[in-house]
Design a protein around this ligand. Structure first.
Ligand code: ATP
Ligand code: MG
Length: 276
């Protein structure tokens, strides 16, 4: 993904170790290098605990590494900024605020609500929440709550939108619907998007590049380019071939239990010399 010049987001030799109270350490990320170019849609996939959230939090500036550098547009990522929107797996809305007030949060925090007021309706429309402006979080579904969370990040016009499994808890139909919405928004706004997912189809359908990670210590094992042209179709042959490839790589990454065939030479050899 790097063109040899400095990238939009540049991650170099990142290490992040967690220590618990007994001093036991977990190497969440080890020597991670990654380049993300402006406007790309990149997804992260890998077994539970391989460091996907840790990496996304570092990019957001919500956490910092023990060693290594992380830059956006050539500048070190310091603290969180509205330039890097973050959406959590659980929508984490303000329960006492309506849908439109939740979405307007960033504008108010930055004292630009007066001049940007019209954007609230714009993003409500873009994310498909028309008619629910005055609803409270307890009155809407999980899928709608995630739409609010995404709109709340988008209204700040972030340079990068970081999505940590935002669709993980949704039913299949809602999930596909929101995948389409997010892809359309990406096409319309050109915002760089980094998405964590456990769903191979989602990664292929949504992104330009799929970063496959391995567990403990968390590393990048491979970056797969999604070279599908035209409308993406989950039943298309190229899609199916890519799905099989990514699934095979994930099994090698140790994330999913799959019975492995015993190599012929390791099998017990019967008295007549036949493998049994
Ligand atoms: N605050 C923390 N303190 C101690 N260990 C942590 C902390 N946060 C994460 N870890 C550990 O670091 C490793 C990576 O965690 P992380 O949450 O980044 O994984 P993940 O790939 O997002 O997993 P999942 O797919 O389950 O969300 C795990 O082993 C986790 O237990
Ligand atoms: Mg996670």
């Amino acid at each position: 993904m790097s063109n040899g010049q400095s990238s939009f987001i540049e991650i170099r030799q990142i290490n992040r170790v967690y220590f618990d109270t007994t001093g036991r350490q977990t190497v969440a990320l080890q020597d991670v290098d990654l380049d993300i170019e402006k406007g790309e849609f990149i997804s992260f996939i890998g077994p539970s605990g391989c460091g996907k959230t840790t990496l996304l939090r570092l990019i957001a500036g919500l956490d910092s590494p023990q060693s290594g550098t992380l830059k956006m547009e050539g500048k070190p990522v310091g603290k969180p900024s509205h330039e890097r929107g973050y959406v959590f797996q659980q929508a984490a809305l303000f329960p006492w605020k309506t849908v439109e007030d939740n979405i307007a949060t960033g504008l108010k925090a930055r004292n630009i609500y007066k001049e940007k007021k019209g954007d609230v309706a714009k993003y409500i429309d873009m994310i498909g929440l028309n008619g629910f402006e005055k609803a409270y979080p307890h009155e809407i579904s999980g899928g709608m709550a995630q739409r609010v969370a995404i709109a709340r990040a988008l209204i700040n016009e972030p340079k990068v939108l970081l999505l940590d499994e935002p669709l993980g808890a949704l039913d299949a139909f809602t999930r596909i619907d929101l995948q389409n919405t997010i892809r359309k928004i990406w096409e319309a706004t050109g915002t760089t998007i980094a998405l964590v997912t456990h769903d191979v189809d989602e990664a292929i359908f949504m992104s330009d590049h799929i970063v496959i990670m391995t567990a403990r210590p968390g590393k990048i094992s491979e970056i797969v380019d999604v070279k599908l042209t035209g409308e993406r179709d989950r039943n298309d042959n190229d899609f199916i071939v890519l799905r099989r490839y990514v699934l095979d790589k994930l099994h090698l990454a140790g994330g999913h239990d799959k019975p492995q065939p015993v190599p012929l030479e390791d099998r017990v050899i019967g008295g007549d010399g036949e493998a049994i």
